[in-house]
Design a protein around this ligand. Structure first.
Ligand code: FMN
Ligand code: SF4
Length: 464
């Protein structure tokens, strides 16, 4: 059975011209801001808390609770930062929202500013999102002209400014503390926590960092109330969710559904698997979330059910793979991505990604040995939980989960000496060529012989 869509956040996507202020207002736009101006800041936070909205950026932390941690009355400015970096592979929900309904995010940012007594917000936008950038810039201009932004928001006497920051596009800059460093003009690398951004964030001031989808939902919560949001989903995962369905389905794309919809129904919603293909495995929330086998496709799409199945809901990026797809190939591709995106700050992730990629390349191209499977597990054991930020864990989860469910397929690659899914493309030549390794070892041996000869010669000269 196919699930039905529940268009709440995406309700205006198909309204012609809704990226213009006038049409946005005709479709309920800025009503949430009007409600917010009638409320005390603490009350806005209470409504968000009561709704049970959980962050849509990956970790699922309750948004209202996060806002209640932001330090007030410190004498320092408070900043609201929207994380519009959207870098997790398989995720494509924030960009369509910003392109099609940009005022929804602008309104959400102003409401978040009122809730947190902030006078300045930033949208940190992935640099490649050129159209989203144009749309947001236009929406911000229109909001200033209409008095929704500026020195006196809708005559309330409250000031709120919003700045669009177009970033260079690095996966690690989606990690909230790396994002803050990048926004400050530094190289984007994660910061040590504590102190957390709620106390010591942007420019050392209290800050909240929230995902686009989390922020854009808040005006709707104020207009409709917390209970309205809870009509969908479960107690721990209320509301609707924008889901990105990708992979071997007929109609991949963006769908908004009630939380709790079984994954099998989401697959049907996307038209089912491509002709003649059987679901083999899926990543429930992006490439960093542990893959699950097809036998778990009835799992309801909630934070708690997916965690119970051994994975994570992540960003809501459901990636589907069929029986025609090599698990080893997919895992290798994911690992290369995390290797490439590692910021290099800590050794386990910087080195582990490189070595895991090498070993996976060897297995996929038919030069792997059985010991490689233990080596992969040892590498992951040195990275998971021992890295400075969650990118290290992200790197290991496709490897470990695929070894858990599809170890036989790795063994088959190694035994046959070739991928059972066909000849690997040219780029798949293993970088660790055994002949090159032997040559390097010989060079090292002769270099160290040379060095020790030179050292003893120097010793002879000075001592005699
Ligand atoms: C490596 C890495 C990349 C991330 N990328 C993003 C991103 O692109 N967008 C996002 O909203 N959150 C991303 N996050 C999560 C953020 O650190 C943060 O938890 C999130 O923006 C908080 O927003 P939320 O509470 O609304 O979910 C990333 C985390 C890590 C570790
Ligand atoms: S885990 Fe990776 S991305 Fe995170 S700080 Fe360490 S090297 Fe950088």
């Amino acid at each position: 059975m196919a699930a039905t869509e529940v268009k709440v956040l995406s309700a205006r996507y198909d309204v012609p011209g809704v990226d213009d202020l006038e049409v946005y207002e005709q479709h309920g736009g800025y009503a949430g801001l009007r409600r917010a101006l009638e409320m005390q800041p603490a009350y806005i936070i209470e409504v968000v808390k009561a709704s049970g909205l959980r962050g849509r950026g990956g970790a699922g932390f309750p948004t209202g609770l996060k806002w209640s941690f932001v330090a007030q009355g410190t004498g320092k400015p408070v900043y609201v930062v929207c994380n519009a970096d959207e870098g997790e592979p398989g995720t494509f929900k924030d960009r369509p929202l910003m392109e099609r309904d940009p005022h929804a995010l602008v309104e959400g940012m102003i409401v978040a500013g009122l809730a947190l007594n902030s006078e300045q917000g930033y949208i940190y936008l992935r640099g490649e999102f050129a159209h989203a950038s144009r749309q947001l810039a236009k929406a911000i201009r229109q909001a200033y002209a209409a008095g929704y932004l500026g020195e006196d928001v809708m005559g309330s006497g409250k000031r709120y400014h919003l700045t669009l920051h177009r970033a260079a596009g690095a996966y690690i800059c989606g990690e909230e503390t790396a994002l803050l460093d990048s926004l400050e003009g530094r190289r984007g690398q994660p910061r040590l926590r504590p102190p957390f951004p709620a106390v010591h964030g942007l420019y050392g001031c209290p800050t909240t960092v929230n995902n686009v989808e989390s922020i854009a939902m808040v005006p709707l919560l104020l207009v409709n109330g917390a209970e309205w949001f809870q009509q969908w989903g479960t107690e721990k995962s209320p509301g609707t969710k924008l889901i990105c369905i990708s992979g071997e389905v007929r109609n991949p794309g963006n769908y908004e559904v009630a939380m709790g919809t079984p994954i099998s129904e989401l697959i049907e919603l996307a038209g089912g698997m491509l002709d003649g293909r059987e679901l083999k495995f899926f990543c429930p929330g992006g490439s960093s979330t542990p893959m699950l086998p097809a036998s778990m496709a009835d799992t309801p799409y909630t934070f708690e059910d997916i965690a119970g199945a051994g994975s994570l809901l992540g960003t809501g990026a459901l990636m589907l793979f069929s029986d025609r797809t090599s698990v080893v190939s997919v895992v290798r591709r994911f690992t290369e991505f995390y290797e490439h995106e590692s910021c290099g700050k800590c050794t386990p992730c910087r080195e582990g990604g490189y070595w895991a990629s090498q070993v996976l390349a060897r297995i996929e191209t038919g030069t792997g040995v059985m010991d490689d499977l233990d080596t992969l597990e040892r590498i992951c054991g040195s990275v998971a939980g021992r890295s400075f930020c969650a990118l290290g864990d992200a790197l290991t989860s496709p490897i470990m989960s695929s070894l858990q469910y599809f170890r036989d397929e790795y063994v088959e690659h190694i035994r046959k000496g070739v991928s059972p899914f066909g000849v690997a493309p040219q780029r798949d030549v293993p970088m660790l060529d055994p002949a090159a390794v032997a040559a390097t070892a010989r060079e090292r041996a002769s270099l160290s012989a040379l060095l020790s000869a030179a050292t003893s010669a120097a010793g002879d000269g000075s001592g005699a």
